[in-house]
Design a protein around this ligand. Structure first.
Ligand code: 5GP
Ligand code: MN
Length: 350
């Protein structure tokens, strides 16, 4: 660790020690890494006797609602007044799993404008300046892994218990697609090994997150794959689109389409996938890729969005058909790159 990093961890440890009222903020549409990271810190601070509150910009799926203290998370969409008051009174705010202002949605102005000291812990590329202290590493599997490192370097790992280890495990598991990508660094598995020593039940965690579908959700997946998936073989791409009407037919619940974007990778030769979901006033797009082809760049080129090289998200203020046309046009522009990446990925398999 560099001298500069050491100084930053020391500063963070001092701020935590000096703070009584601490707020943790995950990103909009929080995923497993955001909630796992948030609750790991939340529960550590409870052990330290801090007055801690977590504020999420909006709600999150039921399959993440089993972690310790989940029910304590305030939703800005529901508890705005209370959240505003807590932010006014806070000594320290820690933002986790994002480093782009936009990803706080309606919480942005309040968080950035409050008097508290601010820390940002994240693994997304090109972090914006949101905080007084930034802990950013794009090479790690997940923010949860950075939370583990943060706890270690600030001498808080001694406060870890089974529940907190489960939160960190959930973040790493979900952001690596159950260790199928972004998980080739030995450090990730050293951390997992340590988490297992706390007695976490990894099979229970897996089942809670991935084997908790409603019948409707499973049938929606079947419909999406059989009726709504388009393959563009020349572009090594597959995409799925779902309209509001189709989602309503399956009594769609928040989080039901989570993970759908990954299924087309099971098809030989596919290195780019997309999922288009129609919302009330916009289209939510999820993008995934393999190898060197960057969907982070793609999202920034054509939509309002970003993310990692191989996993990005975006919003389009367009129709479903319009946002898909934009996508295909841009893929055609990248055709040579897609073809080359497909060759590289195929070679790498052997
Ligand atoms: P998802 O497709 O699961 O919503 O998001 C995939 C990845 O892209 C995640 O790492 C997420 O943090 C990031 N991401 C999703 N939506 C946005 C967005 O609107 N802007 C940016 N900068 N990143 C996003
Ligand atoms: Mn993450």
């Amino acid at each position: 660790m560099t001298q500069e990093e050491q100084t930053k961890y020391k500063q963070a440890a001092d701020w935590i020690a000096a703070s009584r009222k601490i707020i943790i903020v995950p990103h909009y549409n929080p995923d497993g890494d955001a909630i796992g990271s948030c609750l790991a810190l939340h529960n550590i601070f409870l052990h330290l006797g801090k007055d801690v509150n977590s504020i999420a910009p909006n709600e999150f799926p039921e399959f993440l609602q089993w972690m310790k203290s989940t029910s304590d998370i305030l939703l800005y969409t529901k508890d705005k007044d209370r959240a505003d008051q807590l932010l006014d009174e806070a000594d320290l705010v820690i933002m986790v799993d994002f480093s782009s202002k936009r990803r706080m949605d309606k919480l942005e102005d309040k968080v950035l404008g409050c008097q508290a000291k601010k820390i940002n812990i994240d693994h997304h590329p090109e972090p914006e300046e949101l905080a007084d202290l930034l802990f950013s590493d794009v090479s790690v599997s997940s923010t949860a892994e950075l939370i583990y490192r943060f706890l270690k370097q600030t001498d808080l790992l001694s406060r870890m218990d089974k529940d907190i280890a489960s939160c960190i495990f959930t973040g790493i598991m979900t952001d690596t697609g159950c260790f199928s990508h972004n998980s080739s660094q030995p450090d990730t598995f050293k951390i997992i090994s340590h988490l297992l020593e706390y007695g976490i039940d990894k099979d229970f965690i897996f089942a809670s997150v991935y084997q908790d579908y409603s019948e409707n959700r499973m049938r929606l997946l079947g419909y999406a794959l059989s009726e709504k998936m388009t393959i563009l073989p020349g572009l090594h791409t597959a995409y799925i689109s779902l309209s509001m009407k189709e989602l309503e037919r399956y009594e769609h619940q928040l989080g039901d389409t989570e993970g759908f974007v990954n299924y087309p990778f099971s098809i030989r030769g596919i290195i780019c996938t997309a999922l288009f979901i129609e919302k009330e006033d916009h289209i939510k797009i999820s993008l995934r890729s393999r190898g060197g082809f960057s969907v982070n760049a793609l999202a920034r080129e054509i939509y309002i969005g970003g993310g990692h090289r191989n996993a990005a998200g975006a919003t389009a203020y367009d129709s479903l058909a319009g946002s898909i046309t934009t996508f295909i046009n841009q893929l055609n522009y990248h055709e040579a790159e897609l073809k080359q990446t497909a060759i590289d990925v195929e070679k790498g398999k052997h």
